[in-house]
Design a protein around this ligand. Structure first.
Ligand code: NAP
Length: 285
């Protein structure tokens, strides 16, 4: 078994390699990196490091030589990533990769309001059309997505949301990484996983966790989507980011990110990390 991980220098990829070390010797792991110099520490730990820039398709097939299982961590290059993922899938087929494991998004579907869903749906279609064995791992929200709220809590004592009474079943990035590693070493993995945290928290729960982590009084301000846009515009966010934030809250309001499946805890063999632990760890870091 030779396992390759794209985006190995990213936040999730780094944690996946750490998690893989609990299952296999790292000489069975190929760390694929856009900038191999940034993966030097992985080479020191015994992993092979190969250059792998999605935007250089001519590089990809050779870099996948001998790989049995490929974790394709979705790119962060919104607007380009479907083409990037297509290049990786084409290269994997040409290189004879045995299986692709792809990190999609919880509840990704044509009817999702989540702004990240369309790229994931399209990539899932590419995988289905590729004829390659593959596993879709639909990751729920990272608790780390809310670390920016620590500063808002300290400065403004408020969380602003247009998600209404929606909930978020988030988990720590490290939980999703451990799950990806468990799937990569399991030849009998299911075709699709829907992963989320054990607890669907409300924005009142988030405010309490922020208050506990910061010592500040934190209130929740529930606003309409348009009011939310105004607040974000005043804070200086670019229009694209504003639509992203408001779109995510619309998905949360619709219940898309509050789904608790317990599949993540089952894969990692322990409860998922509570939101409060992630927030508190960040304040200690
Ligand atoms: N579920 C969630 O809550 C959530 C939240 C945020 C993001 N995501 C998704 O999950 C993915 C992993 O999350 P993360 O936290 O690890 O994000 P991240 O730290 O931004 O990692 C993204 C990875 O994509 C790599 N990448 C981007 N363009 C590339 C290219 N042209 N060629 C090769 N690699 C390229 C980056 O390479 P470099 O290391 O060279 O920059 C990086 O390693 C994200 O990319 C995004 O699709 C999910």
């Amino acid at each position: 078994m030779t396992i390759a991980v794209t985006g190995s220098t990213g936040a999730l990829g780094t944690l996946v390699i750490d998690a893989l070390a609990a299952h296999v010797n790292l000489d069975q792991v190929v760390a694929l990196a856009r900038d191999p110099q940034r993966a030097a520490h992985l080479r020191e730990r015994g992993a092979q490091v190969r250059a792998f820039d999605y935007d250089q398709p001519e590089q990809l097939e050779d870099a996948l030589a001998g790989v049995t299982d490929l974790l394709l961590i979705s790119s962060n290059a919104v607007g380009q990533r479907v083409d990037q993922h297509r290049a990786v899938i084409d290269a994997a087929r040409a290189a004879g990769v045995g299986r692709i494991v792809y990190t999609s998004a919880l509840g990704a579907s044509d009817t999702s309001l989540n702004p990240v869903a369309p790229d994931h749906v399209e990539t899932e279609r590419l995988l289905a059309a590729s004829g390659l064995p593959h596993v879709i791992v639909r990751n729920g929200w990272y608790s780390e997505n809310y670390l920016g709220e620590l500063e808002n809590a300290r400065q403004h004592g408020a969380v602003i949301t247009s998600a209404g009474d929606g909930t978020v079943a988030s988990a720590a990035r490290a939980d999703y990484a451990a799950a990806a590693a468990a799937i990569l070493v399991d030849p009998d993995a299911k075709p699709v996983y829907e992963l989320s945290g054990d607890t669907a928290w409300t924005f009142d729960d988030l405010a309490k966790a922020l208050a506990a982590a910061t010592g500040a009084d934190v209130e929740v301000r529930r606003v309409s989507a348009d009011e939310h846009r105004d607040v974000l515009r005043e804070a200086g966010l670019p229009e694209g980011a504003i639509e992203f934030v408001v779109g995510v809250d619309a998905a949360i309001a619709q219940g898309e990110l509050g789904v608790t499946t317990s599949e993540l805890a089952a894969l990692i063999g322990r409860p998922t990390t509570p939101l409060s632990d992630t927030l508190e760890a960040a304040t200690r870091a």
